[in-house]
Design a protein around this ligand. Structure first.
Ligand code: VG1
Ligand code: CO
Length: 543
């Protein structure tokens, strides 16, 4: 067994973004690229010696090979044990659960999440800390600075480890424990939700379609929905993880989960539909002829949390990312609990969850989660909805209508302009940034700007300050506009335009969001000149 020290030199651009390091797969497959970053993880976190880790990924192209590299490098750096999902598969929330349950020092997740996969698409790697959550900024900063000074890495020169069967294996002095990726996660879900009530719901003829989008949630959804909860076979579709997600884009939104959307909008639609993303941490919820925006879904979960055994005593608080709509804030106010507004990315929820200040968290990008793990959790959100529906036995459309009648409706939409020229996108943002102090009082199309600032966050638990988290504009009709650049893309820049407007008039709760938001959409164009600057006449994705 040879422990090699391989000479290397820093590779530029290994800076983790919103959620780990994401690049084109071909970039990750370049000599030393993955190895440099993995060594930087060890170096930035006090070394791997004596540590235990969880390892898994979403099954995309290069997942299997990358997992073998991580194992050989962990062994060469004298890690004590790695708990790895069978065939190197683990959904992100399942990895978070294992890190916590087994008390490991952290985990490595091989995934580019909602980004497409394959030799010409994207790959990614993420380091999670001992609390099970995405490494906070101080750790990612240390890892990044290690990538800038690295001169060598350690790796064993050994054949691949067989990860196809659960069991205990040795690699050098390191123990490898191959585990079934689903069982611990399934047990956790059973402990949170009223499985008997959900079983009774399915037994009563309730129909559901779950689109796993050829990604990692397939085996989880099959085991939990069809086997444990008795949903008919065929409830879960596209259930086999595929290295390129069968050529699809594993992002559960109305555009990329179009097959499911079409079925749910049809006359014979099932009662309930859901989808999840590449690594299983996002969710889309859709009722019969009723799409639920992620921001509304978070609010509905918060309002009905007491119906779920795990949250029967109520919520300690809720948190949402800044661009997420304020729908959940209205519920929090009604429940008399705190609501926190954090920067985009799950890592900012970690302290609030660890400190017991928030129980539920969510993002407009289809991420919802709670203190059961430290990641957003797609299937958990679906089970939460099923638990609510099992108790109240109403169609999703009626749940939404009742919610809006009680709390008002925060009309919401996000317009994405993808793979835009980076220089043009940055110029758009910096052009607006310098105008911020002078914008209040200015008219944009039909609306007048009342507030304009750039979001910064002071973590209430450890006092860390995070700046530059999105440009925010308030208008005289109560609408809100947010602009920010994505930190997960791998091609050019993605401009995200978030639009929101509260409506409380009972006769205006059922409009098409694009129409309800027309005034703020026009104001955004007048303010930012998006079409002109990006050269696009419409967004690539509207959620
Ligand atoms: C996007 C979403 C953000 C989410 C992140 C990771 O980030 O907006 O809410 O936390 O993806 O999700 P950005 O920087 O592209 O806007 V996942 O499921 O791709 O890990
Ligand atoms: Co994801």
């Amino acid at each position: 067994m040879m422990n090699h020290k391989v000479d290397t030199s820093p590779i530029t651009g290994q800076k983790p973004g919103t959620s780990g390091l994401r690049k084109k797969t071909s970039v990750f497959m370049q000599e030393h690229y993955l190895e440099n970053f993995v060594q930087a993880i060890w170096n930035g976190t006090g070394g791997a010696a004596g540590k235990t880790y969880v390892l898994g990924g979403d099954g995309r192209f290069f997942n299997d090979k990358a997992a073998q590299v991580v194992l050989r490098m962990a062994a060469a750096s004298r890690a004590q044990r790695v708990i790895v999902g069978q065939n190197a598969l683990l959904s992100t929330p399942a990895a978070s659960n294992l890190i916590r349950k087994r008390g490991t020092d952290g985990g490595i997740i091989l995934s580019a999440s909602h980004n497409p996969g394959g030799p010409d698409e994207d790959f990614g790697i993420k380091f999670n800390a001992a609390n099970g959550g995405p490494a906070p900024e101080d750790i990612t900063t240390r890892i990044y600075s290690e990538t800038q000074t690295i001169s060598g890495y350690h790796i064993l020169n050994t054949p691949d480890v067989d990860l196809t069967t659960p069991g205990i294996f040795q690699l050098g002095d390191m123990t490898i424990e191959v585990v079934d990726p689903v069982s611990a996660y399934g047990e956790m879900m059973e402990g949170l939700f009223d499985f008997d009530a959900i079983r009774a719901l399915f037994a009563s003829g309730f129909t559901m379609r779950f689109d796993a989008m050829h990604a990692v949630t397939g085996p989880y959804a099959k085991a939990i929905l069809e086997k444990q909860l008795g949903a008919p076979a065929g409830t879960v579709i596209n259930a086999t993880p595929s290295p390129d997600f069968a050529g699809g884009h594993p992002d559960p939104n109305p555009i990329w989960a179009k097959t499911l959307m079409d079925e749910m909008m049809g006359l014979d639609a099932p009662d309930f539909g859901a989808a999840s993303d590449g690594d299983g941490d996002r969710n889309m919820i859709v009722g019969r002829q009723c799409y639920v925006t992620p921001s509304d879904s978070l609010a509905v979960l918060a309002a009905n949390a007491r119906l779920v055994p795990a949250y029967a005593d109520g919520l300690r608080g809720v948190a949402r990312s800044m661009p997420t709509s304020a729908a959940v804030d209205r519920v929090a106010q009604h429940l008399n609990i705190n609501s926190f507004e954090t920067p985009t990315g799950w890592k900012y929820f970690g302290n609030l969850l660890d400190d017991g200040r928030a129980t539920l968290c969510g993002e407009e990008s289809a991420g919802t989660g709670s203190d059961h793990v430290r990641e957003k959790d797609g299937l958990w959100a679906v089970l939460f909805w099923l638990n609510i529906l099992a108790k109240i036995r109403k169609p999703v459309a009626d749940v939404m209508s009742g919610h809006w009648t009680q709390f008002g409706r925060n009309y919401y939409s996000r317009h994405d302009y993808e793979a835009v020229d980076t220089v043009a996108a940055e110029a758009l943002m910096s052009g607006l940034r310098i105008q911020l102090p002078d914008l209040a009082g200015k008219k944009m199309a039909e609306l007048t700007i009342t507030t304009a600032d750039e979001f910064a966050y002071n973590d209430p638990v450890d006092g860390t300050r995070t700046e530059g988290q999105g440009l925010r504009f308030g208008f005289d009709n109560g609408a809100r506009l947010v602009l920010r650049l994505s930190g997960t893309g791998t091609e050019g820049a993605t401009l995200r335009v978030y639009l929101e407007q509260l409506e409380t008039a009972s006769n205006r709760l059922h409009h098409d969001p694009q129409i309800a938001l027309a005034a703020v959409i026009a104001a955004a164009e007048a303010l930012a000149g998006i079409r002109h600057r990006t050269g696009r006449d419409r967004p690539d994705v509207i959620t």
